[in-house]
Design a protein around this ligand. Structure first.
Ligand code: AMP
Length: 608
């Protein structure tokens, strides 16, 4: 049996830790570094590069260097998020057969899971070298605000990297473990986690070895890269003012300025002013031009004030959702590299009325907590046991006919949990039923993430309304959804197949009205436990099945994949609720149009 490690898989950097000889410690790579850049590239010679090697060549090879891919993982190609970024990423995004996002690097196509797996594999290799032993198990952390699909994708990436994933653990929970495990505490803490790409806040009760999350929330598109963007925009504007030259179309120049902006931002956490120098950034008529300027901490604060204010507003909301006030929080823990910014610390101090805890190292706490959890899960000793009680970060539900979401599982509800709903056939001899599941905080499904379309097939032929399928939705302690279905009359399990597909909540008003009118004529019997409108939306013939997915479909969600479309032998009656078969858009996303720097950047890092 190999060793079990904890992995903090970050947007910008990743790191790993191990619990050995009675204490956790970070795994150090060659050269003494404890983090590796979360980057993947293929160079001119066709070599695959991961981590530092990928980052080193990123400025010269931005099109074939994948960075910040954690922002895309587990998302539907047609989701709003991907729509925003796909025109403007330096690397090419494509749509997979199952509407998943694929990345093209030098004529090779990868799933997001494969890219993350390459980074995880690198971490595994480096850990094995550092520890001199095989590493085959891991606890991998994710932002608390990740949805079901994102969690599934990280789990799959771990498996692809050759790891047994002991648990997918929320980053703030990991930080709380690093802070409180083994200290015999009874305390309520809030974990403010501002990393490279995401912001999370969780309120957690610690009672010795029991860690209970009370409320959680965040923003998967707010992190250190957004702070870098602000500095970069400032540098570009300054350069334009001086030379009337817009560098925003030069990808190589942008990458160099981005690196310089991040370096300056980090320096300003310890000094009050810093030079920004990028030599030979442009070859002008009168020779090469350089960037040479000074940035002060006050200027940086001004550029980034609204970003920090956004995090404080989220803290306020989540503390309220936890049913408490600031005064009930014993300690505020700051984690994530960006929380080292003095402005973050002063704003948090001002908001809480007391300084944040010094009990954890912001860069290390998540990996350390993950290593503690990995130790606990791989140990046979009862003394090492830890109880984690987590909550669901965002509601999960199904679409109603009017495009709103019928919530099955509420935000912040304790995990694990299950719910059952009964679906009823709406046509004679209907052989299949379709159900779409969404996750997100909006009332409208089209603004939430489509988790998948489930097709229940092989239903026994019977007159309409005579087949009742009981579906059980089970969310496990990691926030991952599983689904089973059975025929209520016979007790037989009904096959269900997961199809990711396009979000179908948004229909034209005309079509909605048409469906509504048709539904009046053929309204199915009211199902048990379920509003008629939401059920009606789900019944009818499913569209043809998509071909088998390129990326691994989470087995828990696809108990029995079938490749043929379920045949519906029913006579052609008005079908009120079936969705049109998915159109096949061009597989390759159109080449990014030339856009202004700010639009490009906003898209790259998902802001605005
Ligand atoms: P993490 O995901 O926790 O590794 O955080 C990475 C982010 O933290 C990156 O955007 C870094 O630029 C930022 N960061 C790291 N160290 C500092 C620092 N001392 N001050 C401000 N930001 C930092």
């Amino acid at each position: 049996m190999g060793k079990a490690i904890g992995i903090d898989l970050g947007t910008t950097n990743s790191c790993a830790a191990i619990f050995a000889e009675g204490r956790p410690r970070l795994i150090t790579y060659k050269g003494g570094e404890t983090t590796i850049p979360s980057q993947f590239a293929i160079d001119e010679q066709g070599n695959r590069l991961v981590g530092h090697e990928a980052k080193q060549q990123a400025q010269l090879n931005p099109v074939n260097t994948v960075m910040a891919s954690k922002r895309l993982i587990g998302r539907n190609f047609h989701s709003k998020t991907i729509e925003q970024v796909r025109q403007v990423f330096t690397y090419e995004l494509m749509e997979g057969d199952n509407s998943e996002v694929l990345i093209k690097v030098k004529d090779q196509v990868f799933t997001l899971e494969q890219i993350s797996a390459a980074i995880l594999r690198k971490i595994k290799d480096v850990a094995e070298e550092a520890l001199g032993a095989e590493v085959d198990q891991a606890v991998i952390t994710v932002p608390a605000y990740f949805n079901d699909r994102q969690r599934q994708a990280v789990r799959s990436a771990g498996v692809l990297a050759g790891l047994k994933v002991l648990r997918v653990l929320n980053e703030p929970t990991a930080a709380a473990l690093a802070y409180g495990l083994g200290r015999n505490l009874e305390s309520r803490v809030a974990v403010y986690d501002l990393g490279g790409g995401t912001f999370d806040i969780s309120v957690i009760d610690i009672k010795d070895r029991i860690f209970e999350v009370v409320a959680t929330g965040g923003d998967t598109f707010l992190g250190g890269v957004d702070f870098d963007d602000r500095v970069m925009q400032y540098v570009l504007e300054d350069f334009y003012e001086q030379h009337s030259i817009d560098l925003s179309f030069d990808r190589v120049a942008i990458q160099r300025i981005r690196d310089a902006a991040e370096t300056a931002k980090i320096s300003l956490s310890t000094v009050t002013q810093t030079p920004i120098e990028v030599p030979y950034i442009f070859n002008g008529d009168s020779g090469p031009l350089d960037i040479r300027m000074t940035l002060t901490r006050d200027q940086l604060n001004e550029l980034c004030m609204d970003l920090v204010d956004r995090t404080i507003a989220t803290c306020q909301r989540i503390i309220k959702e936890a049913g408490c006030t600031k005064a009930d929080i014993d300690e505020m823990l700051l984690v994530g590299g960006q929380s080292r910014m003095p402005l973050v610390q002063s704003k948090v101090t001002e908001f809480m009325g007391k300084p944040p805890s010094k009990g954890v190292n912001p860069d290390e706490a998540v990996a350390i907590g993950a290593a503690m959890m990995a130790h606990s899960l791989s140990s046979t000793s009862a003394e090492d046991g830890v109880t984690l009680l987590d909550v669901l970060p965002m509601p999960i539900g199904i679409n109603k006919l009017d495009g709103t979401m019928h919530v099955l599982f509420e935000k912040n509800q304790p995990l694990p949990d299950y719910k059952t709903r009964t679906l009823t056939s709406g046509k004679d001899n209907q052989r299949s039923i379709m159900l779409r599941l969404y996750q997100g905080e909006s009332k409208l499904v089209e603004e939430n993430e489509l988790l998948g379309t489930f097709v229940f097939s092989g239903i026994r032929p019977a007159p309409k309304g005579k087949v009742q399928i009981e579906v059980t939705f089970h969310i496990d302690s990691e926030g991952i959804l599983n689904l089973t279905a059975r025929d209520k009359a016979t007790g037989q399990t009904v096959e269900s197949t997961l199809k990711l597909g396009k979000p179908g909540g948004a229909k034209s008003k005309r079509k909605k009205l048409k469906n509504k009118a048709a539904r009046k004529e053929t309204a199915p019997p009211t199902p048990i436990n379920m509003p008629t409108s939401s059920l009606a939306q789900q019944l009818g013939s499913p569209p043809p099945m998509a071909p088998p997915p390129l990326s691994p479909v989470p087995s828990s969600l696809a108990p029995s994949a079938t490749e043929d479309a379920p045949t519906v032998k029913a006579p052609p009656t008005p079908t009120p609720v079936s969705e049109p078969p998915p159109l096949q858009p061009p597989a390759v996303a159109p080449k990014p149009e030339k856009k202004g720097f700010w639009a490009w950047l906003k898209g790259l890092f998902g802001i605005g």
